[in-house]
Design a protein around this ligand. Structure first.
Ligand code: G3I
Length: 387
């Protein structure tokens, strides 16, 4: 709370210290009495997120001992030189959005196609960026052949072959792997685990098996359990946080090689804000298991946001609220956004606005210019306790 007050007063924007700007504006919206004209709200936002230096996000993060980076796809990185340059300037870590998923890597049961991901690994190396793998075990993005090929008998061999081959391919060059993605059920279930083909064929031990296989194939890469919907303050999210914690405790107690929790952080712009106390205590508990915490896929989604004119300030406010909160926990040492520019975002297709206006969830706009969300991230890094 102290640090947030400092940010706000140092920018000379005196109102609303400690109040989530998103929920602040939403409350105003609900009361239908905006505090200022649209024009004034805009100015208010700009003043609130004023950043003087032009230092990139990657440098700002690094000077606090943090890593900042983003997900990107092969196509735009390869085809849009300006985007590639901006990416290398702002990011210290690159995550292929889809190129390391089974759907792309495994055209047939016997083949591995590393062409796109290898190009991206070289791109990262050339620009002195870390490279991060997403994801070895997921229930989505599986190839066509999966359904008719994988069964109870061969699932273990197919899974361990996949992990061994892919992880070995990048061994020594991979910062971290999302070994297992989204294995916890969104609602309660036996073991708290999501119904997936892996659970059906292999039982709950598939998670442990995946981590052990990845560690054997690359003892250097950090091995991550990654999941979504862990951020909000409601009973469903709270229950999910406790199921994730149970899973992590179980893995640690069995000496499974796991090094970090990835919190995806796709956050709704119209969310009611966060419960600082509960979120902090969750992060503390994860950290107390000896795990690092990565923010792995952050963006701010406008699916349920009606406000249009002032949304950049609202979105920036969500970035500021969330990042200043999680960065208070020293175990959080990496922040990744799910994309860098609004020109290339999954949200355009998968989480569009109700009014059809183009979404603006990321630090750079469609012209690759920095916007308020960029400022908010920059400020959160500037104010983060050094690692
Ligand atoms: O490959 C075809 C392409 O040839 C075609 O032109 C295009 C037209 O729609 O479809 C293409 O593939 C799509 C791909 O995105 C690229 O746009 C896939 O159908 C689609 O399923 C895929 O969606 C990805 C989704 O994961 C599923 O893999 C999104 O890009 C990606 O942003 C999203 O990322 C997930 C993380 O992996 C896990 N956490 C949530 C996050 C957001 O959903």
């Amino acid at each position: 709370m102290k640090r947030r007050t400092l940010i706000v007063s140092s920018l000379g924007a005196a109102t609303g210290a400690g109040i989530a700007i998103a929920s602040h504006y939403q409350n105003q919206q609900q009361q239908q009495q905006p505090p200022f004209s649209q024009e004034r709200q805009k100015e208010h936002g700009i003043a609130r997120f004023a950043v003087t230096e032009k230092t990139s996000l990657r440098e700002r993060a690094a000077s606090q001992g943090l890593i900042y980076g983003a997900a990107a796809s092969y196509q735009p990185l390869r085809a849009n030189l300006e985007f590639a340059q901006r990416f290398a300037q702002e990011c210290a870590i690159l995550v292929p959005t889809n190129e390391l998923k089974w759907q792309i890597l495994r055209p047939t049961p016997d083949q591995f196609d590393f062409r796109r991901s290898d190009w991206m690994a070289r791109f990262a190396q050339k620009h002195n960026m870390l490279f991060r793998g997403h994801t070895l075990v997921w229930y989505q993005a599986l190839p066509q052949w999966f359904k008719e090929t994988v069964n109870r008998k061969n699932a273990e061999r197919i899974l361990t072959d996949h992990i061994t081959t892919v992880v070995k391919h990048y061994a020594g060059n991979m910062h971290s792997w999302d070994v297992v993605n989204e294995a916890i059920a969104p609602n309660g279930s036996k073991d708290g685990l999501r119904q997936t083909p892996w659970l059906r064929f292999l039982g709950a031990d598939y998670i442990e098996m995946a981590f052990r296989t990845a560690a054997a194939a690359d003892p250097q890469a950090l091995l991550v359990y990654n999941d979504n919907n862990l951020e909000y303050d409601n009973p469903k999210t709270e229950a999910k946080r406790s199921r994730v914690l149970k899973l992590l405790e179980r893995l640690k107690s069995k000496r499974v090689p796991i090094h970090a929790l990835g919190i995806q952080s796709h956050i709704g712009a119209s969310s009611q804000g966060f419960n600082a106390k509960k979120l902090r205590s969750f992060l503390k508990e994860v950290a107390s298991l000896g795990l690092k915490i990565f923010i792995t896929e952050m963006d701010v989604l406008e699916k349920n946001l009606l406000e249009l004119e002032n949304r950049d300030a609202i979105i920036a406010g969500v970035y500021q609220d969330y990042l200043s909160l999680v960065l208070d926990e020293p175990a959080v040492n990496t922040v990744i956004t799910w994309g860098l520019s609004d020109r290339y975002t999954w949200a355009a297709n998968f989480a569009p606005r109700q009014d059809g206006a183009p979404v603006r969830p990321l630090p750079l706009d469609t012209q690759l210019e920095r916007k308020l969300a960029w400022n908010a991230i920059a400020l959160a890094f500037d104010q983060a306790p050094p690692r």
